[in-house]
Design a protein around this ligand. Sequence first.
Ligand code: GAR
Length: 192
Amino acid sequence: MKTRIAVLVSGGGTNLQALIDAQKSGIIKSGEIVLVGSNKADAYALERAKNAGIEGFVMRDETHLLEKLAEEKIDLIVLAGFLKILSEDFIRAYEERIINIHPSLIPSFCGKGAYGLKVHEMALEYGVKVTGATVHFVNEIPDGGRIIAQKAVEILEDDTPETLQRRVMEQAEWILLPQAVEMVSENIAKGE
Ligand code: GAR
């Protein structure tokens, strides 16, 4: 049986799109995205779900989300640009069953307050020459769970936060996240 996946989003959902495309092309074959949950009713990611024929869901709060996840018998939760911190109780209920994508090489430029464009601003400000993306399991420490996969991306002389964000997405996030989702889905499907 395929691993039942819920993707949680807050915004544009380009990583969700990468997952949908990977499902279509067969890169993701051990799992199936059955639900897209958003904490924002106007998230464009919900449009992407609708276009792909996947159920979209706007959560009122965590209890509401937990109810829905149980109802849909979700095995794996993927945070793809989900910008809300989950409570310890929630994380404990899905131990080793929640994964997140972060747009830097953890442990650099991560933790509370480091999300989206801010992460790239921090990397440019520090002056690192290489950054990237990380997929990791979620535990009670923000961006502190076990690392599943990482991919490095070069920083160029004239990068702005926006150009760097785009390159990290194209060269790392959109490739790494589908691969990691397939790997974890396969393990869950095998009962590991
Ligand atoms: C992505 O770059 C993702 O890595 C980042 O937010 C962006 C969401 O874009 N997530 C974090 O910073 C989490 N700490 P998307 O909605 O287009 O996928």
